[in-house]
Ligand binder design. Structure first.
Ligand SMILES: Nc1ncnc2c1ncn2[C@@H]1O[C@H](COP(=O)(O)OP(=O)(O)O)[C@@H](O)[C@H]1O
Ligand SMILES: Cc1ncc(C[n+]2csc(CCOP(=O)(O)OP(=O)(O)O)c2C)c(N)n1
Ligand SMILES: [Mg+2]
Ligand SMILES: [Mg+2]
Ligand SMILES: [Mg+2]
Length: 319
C-alpha cells in the first residue's frame, strides 16, 4: 500500500503537489506564500485561493448565509493583505445541492459583497455547480501599488515580531458553539465573521515589514512557516500577547459549562481563523497603534514561547 494524504498531512500534501508545478517567467512569487504574484503586461497581480467546505469550515446551523459570505471573503482577502497588497477583486465558485434555498444563496452573496466592500474590492465572477456538499472556492486578487510583496521568507535575526488584529477569539467562539454557549457575543461574532485588519497589510509593507502572514491556522503554527521559510527562529513572549478580557470571559463560560478549556493564552497561540496580521519588522521600527510587539526573530529554527517549544496546536486539514 502506498502512503495516503492522511499519512503525510496537509503541509506534506502541499509540498508534494507544488513540487509538480514548474513556474514560468511570468511568476514573480509562486506557491508557498499567502498569495502568488504574477506578472501582467501592465504590472503585477496578487492572486490567492481558499476553499470553504460545509461541516469543515462552517455549519449552516451555527452561521447564517450572510456570515458564511463574510467569512469566505475575509479568509481570502486577508491573504492578499498579508502580501502587503490592497484587495481588488473576488471570484466565487459555489458548489451546492439543488435543494439549497435561494434565500441562502442571496444572503451568501450579500455577505460576500459586503465583506468585499470593507476591503475595497468587488466580486467580479465565479462559477456554480451541483454537489452534495456546499463548497465555496474563492479566488482573491490584489494590487501591490508599486510595493515589493512581503513574503514569508524575509525575517532576519534581530527583527521584532508583531501582530495586528484579534487572536484566539474565533477559536474560543468555535469552542463556545460546540459547547452550546450563547456568549460572549464577541467570540461568536469573531468565529462567524472574522475582521481582518486589511489596511494593515499594506501599512506594514510601507513600514518595512520583512515577513508577514495572516493567522489562519494558529499563531505558533503560522509563524512556524515564517521561521522555516526565513531560516530563523521566532521567540514569542506570552506576557506580551495583547490582553483580551473577552477571551478571559469565554474561558470562564467554558469552565462553567464543565469543559476543561485551554487558557486564554493557549487560544491566542493555537487558535486560527481570526486572520490577524503577524509580521516581522527591523528592530527599532516604530509600530503604529494597533500593532503589538510579541517577540523577536533569532538565529535557529522553530517557534518558542517563553523559551520552550509549545505543545502542538494549530489546524492541519489532514493531520
Ligand atoms: N493544491 C495546491 N496546489 C498549488 N499550491 C497550493 C495547493 N495547496 C496549497 N498551495 C499553496 O501552498 C501555500 C500554503 O497554503 P495555505 O497553508 O493554505 O496558505 P494560507 O493559510 O495562507 O491560505 C500557498 O502558497 C498555497 O497557494
Ligand atoms: C464547523 C467547523 N469546524 C471547525 C472549524 C475550525 N477550522 C476549520 S478550517 C480552520 C483553519 C483555517 O482554514 P484553512 O482551510 O486551513 O484556511 P487557510 O489556512 O488555507 O487560510 C479551522 C480553525 C470551523 N471553522 N468550523
Ligand atoms: Mg494566509
Ligand atoms: Mg489557504
Ligand atoms: Mg490552513
Amino acid at each position: 500500500m502506498g502512503s495516503t494524504i492522511g499519512d503525510i498531512g496537509e503541509f506534506g500534501l502541499i509540498a508534494r503537489v507544488t513540487a509538480k508545478f514548474p513556474q514560468t517567467e511570468n511568476v514573480i512569487i509562486g506557491p508557498g506564500d499567502d498569495a502568488a504574484v504574477v506578472r501582467a503586461a501592465d504590472g503585477r497581480v496578487v492572486a490567492t485561493t481558499d476553499l470553504l467546505v460545509e461541516g469543515r469550515h462552517f455549519r449552516r446551523d451555527w452561521s447564517s448565509a450572510r456570515d458564511v459570505g463574510h467569512k469566505a471573503a475575509a479568509q481570502n482577502l486577508a491573504d492578499v493583505a498579508a502580501m502587503g497588497a490592497r484587495p481588488t477583486a473576488l471570484l466565487v465558485g459555489l458548489a451546492a445541492p439543488p435543494d439549497l434555498p435561494t434565500a441562502w444563496t442571496d444572503e451568501l452573496s450579500e455577505g460576500l459583497s459586503a465583506e468585499c466592500a470593507l476591503a475595497g474590492a468587488a466580486v467580479v465572477g465565479g462559477d456554480v455547480v451541483r454537489a452534495d456538499t456546499v463548497t465555496l472556492a474563492i479566488t482573491a486578487l490584489g494590487d501591490l501599488g508599486g510595493r515589493a510583496a512581503v513574503r514569508r521568507d524575509g525575517a532576519r535575526p534581530g527583527d521584532l515580531v508583531a501582530v495586528n488584529g484579534t487572536l484566539g477569539r474565533s477559536a474560543a467562539g468555535l469552542a463556545l458553539l460546540r459547547a452550546g454557549a450563547d456568549g460572549p457575543a464577541e467570540c461568536l461574532a469573531a468565529h462567524r465573521r472574522p475582521r481582518p485588519p486589511y489596511p494593515e497589510g499594506p501599512r506594514a509593507a510601507d513600514l518595512g515589514a520583512t515577513a508577514m502572514l495572516d493567522v489562519s491556522d494558529g499563531l505558533v503554527q503560522d509563524l512556524g512557516h515564517v521561521a522555516a521559510a526565513s531560516g530563523v527562529a521566532i521567540a514569542l513572549r506570552e506576557e506580551a500577547l495583547p490582553a483580551d478580557p473577552v477571551l478571559e470571559e469565554a474561558v470562564r463560560v467554558l469552565a462553567g459549562l464543565g469543559a476543561a478549556p485551554p487558557r486564554a493564552a493557549a487560544f491566542m497561540l493555537a487558535g486560527g481563523e481570526d486572520h490577524a496580521m503577524a509580521a516581522a519588522f527591523p528592530a527599532g521600527t516604530r509600530l503604529p497603534a494597533g500593532w503589538t510587539e510579541i517577540g523577536a526573530v533569532t538565529e535557529g529554527d522553530g517557534v518558542t514561547v517563553d523559551g520552550a517549544v509549545p505543545p502542538r496546536g494549530g489546524w492541519d486539514h489532514f493531520g
